[in-house]
Design a binder for this molecule. Structure first.
Ligand code: SER
Length: 566
């Protein structure tokens, strides 16, 4: 089945069961400076899983773009399943239905709607520990579900209890994070049905295609877990992985989610994807990174040396490097944007991509050109250095890496990949840490801010952040008041230390305008208006003249903030 069809069927299946669609939000987390990128479908749901009322009710569904950058970047083209960007199909019970409905629906959807073979399906459940008991309820439910399809599902044969490392889901490790035991669906990819094999011991032969998280705990300050007042369900299934199985492909890059890019690469190089391992790996890296980078650019990211801009920069650089293996030495990313847009499911989810093609190409071509000069100068020098190394010593190699960076601008991460490809017996992690010490010594750069971002954590609902959030609304009001109604918000990012507000206006602000805007915001704050909210349908809220910044990010019902003079 085509990916678009899988997606439509998923949404149709859950719509029939009372679920409302919530928007697919940007990869760049809004109002959460603790996360560098959206890494799961649950990102927009954290407040509701914690107990806040969602305007659309208790049964929700989404298809959410997500990144697993640091988690998976080194696996691309090495395994048959890892990608940096993917789409998570999700259904959510906000303190309503629980295990019985959830498990029945997942298997019914996969088997009866998508047509997957139940004899190749396996399940895992939580084995239990000091915080949460063994999930015997799910085991009983799963036995009944499998028996509906004529399968006797025995524990440790079809249903596997695993510990916390495998069968517990939490987004991050910070106090306040939500988590819970989960039940994963595995699909056997080998010959036969796979019976007698344990998925945890045969990871290459099984593919995890869905995870039902029974989210019912909150992380405490001392690293334990307390029960939440409500029991939630968070289901996530990777669309691209489901497509791999449904389309009976050997790897994820041969599904319709990547194939138009691979085909274009075959055309540009005159070489088949399946020619050899090196070609396959290089083409997979480029296909993966093109898709991820296009989504990042669509979400307003520009290559830079920090935050999301740095991720994008790394993806583009890695494409340039992989392109060299294929003897593609110019305009790789620019030439491939149109193939990304040919991917049916992307076209369906992001119709705006088509209209922005030339802007996207411009971002790629600027960055690729900039890096190509550095790369072309540096890669031969580095290649010679690595192939002529007499002794293998991490200290010395790290020092050389630093000097290549200082003299040629050759980036460490590309150098580390060169080491891996040269098959030298070097500890790459050690080289990287020595390099980092050298870098710190030389530059004395405080990386605290950036490191914070990598930790992961709960969306911040502290008083300070709430104040900044209100302040963005005041700022928007003041900007429109002073500059005119053409001003629209283009983005916003709030942390506990500051707020950032991007907006469109044709000129640089004059100092007089800035003073006026500041005074208007400050005067409004001083009037100390009460702030309340009611839930209203979007069209009614619109009729009232309410401002909303990103229309598509609200559902049909909106949280309408009222504040009036008393
Ligand atoms: N949160 C779970 C995951 O990302 C299920 O959606 O795997």
């Amino acid at each position: 089945m085509k990916s678009k069809q899988i997606l439509i069927k998923f949404l149709g299946y859950y719509k029939k069961r009372g679920h409302k669609l919530i928007p697919n939000v940007s990869l760049v987390p809004e109002n959460d400076s603790t996360l560098l990128y959206v890494n799961s479908g649950m990102f927009p749901l954290v407040p509701y899983l914690s107990g806040e009322t969602h305007p659309l009710g208790k049964r929700l569904m989404n298809v959410q773009r997500a990144l697993r950058f640091f988690e998976d970047i080194d696996n691309i083209g090495i395994t048959n399943r890892h990608t940096t960007a993917f789409h998570m199909l999700g259904n959510w019970s906000i303190g309503e239905y629980f295990k019985k409905e959830q498990l029945n629906w997942v298997y019914e959807f996969y088997i009866e709607i998508i047509g997957l073979d139940p004899s190749r399906m396996y399940a895992s459940v939580f084995a239990g520990d000091e915080y949460s008991p063994k999930d015997t309820e799910s085991i009983d439910l799963l036995k009944k579900i499998f028996s509906k399809y004529g399968i006797e599902a025995k524990e440790n044969e079809r249903i596997f209890p695993y510990g916390r490392e495998d069968n517990w889901w939490q987004r991050g490790d910070a106090p306040g994070e939500l988590g819970g035991p989960d039940s994963e669906v595995f699909y056997y990819l080998g010959e036969g049905t796979g019976i007698g094999l344990n998925p945890a011991e045969h990871q290459d032969e099984f593919l995890e295609i869905g995870n039902s998280v029974f989210m019912q705990y909150r992380r405490t300050n001392d690293g334990g877990w307390n029960e939440l007042p409500q029991k939630n369900v968070d289901f996530g299934g990777g669309l691209e992985r489901i497509a791999l199985i449904s389309q009976r492909k050997k790897d994820i890059f041969q599904t319709d989610n990547f194939w138009p890019i691979i085909q274009k690469l075959e055309k540009l190089t005159g070489v088949s994807y399946n020619k050899d391992g090196k070609t396959k790996k290089a083409m997979s890296i480029i296909a993966d990174h093109m898709r991820a980078s296009t989504l990042l650019v669509m979400d307003g990211v520009i290559p830079s040396n920090k935050d999301q801009g740095y991720l994008l920069r790394r993806l583009i650089r890695r494409m340039v490097r992989a392109g060299k293996t294929l003897q593609l030495n110019e305009n790789i990313s620019v030439n491939l944007v149109s193939s990304v847009i040919e991917i049916e499911v992307l076209n369906y989810l992001y119709p705006e991509l088509k209209n922005n093609i030339s802007q996207i190409q411009q971002v790629f071509s600027d960055e690729e050109d900039k890096f190509r000069t550095t790369f072309e100068k540096g890669s031969n020098v580095v290649h010679k250095y690595l192939t002529n190394l007499q002794t293998v010593n991490e200290n010395q190699v790290a020092e050389s890496a630093f000097s290549f960076y200082e003299s040629l601008g050759y980036p460490l991460e590309i150098f580390l990949e060169d080491i891996k490809d040269t098959n030298l017996n070097l500890d790459v992690i050690k080289v990287e840490s020595i390099y980092n010490v050298l870098f710190k010594q030389h530059r004395d750069l405080s990386r605290k801010g950036a490191e914070q971002k990598f930790k992961g954590g709960l969306a911040d609902h502290s008083d300070q952040v709430i104040k900044y959030h209100t302040a963005t609304h005041l700022l928007d009001m003041a900007l429109r008041n002073i500059l005119g109604n053409h001003v629209t918000q283009q983005g916003s990012n709030i942390s506990k230390d500051r707020l950032r507000f991007d907006f469109s206006h044709q000129n640089k602000l004059t100092s007089d305008e800035i003073t006026k805007i500041e005074s208007l915001v400050n005067e409004t704050i001083k009037t100390d208006l009460p702030v309340n909210f009611i839930l209203l349908p979007m069209d009614e809220a619109e009729k009232s003249g309410a401002l909303h910044f990103f229309k598509e990010k609200y559902g049909d019902i909106v949280k309408f903030i009222i504040s009036e003079k008393v």
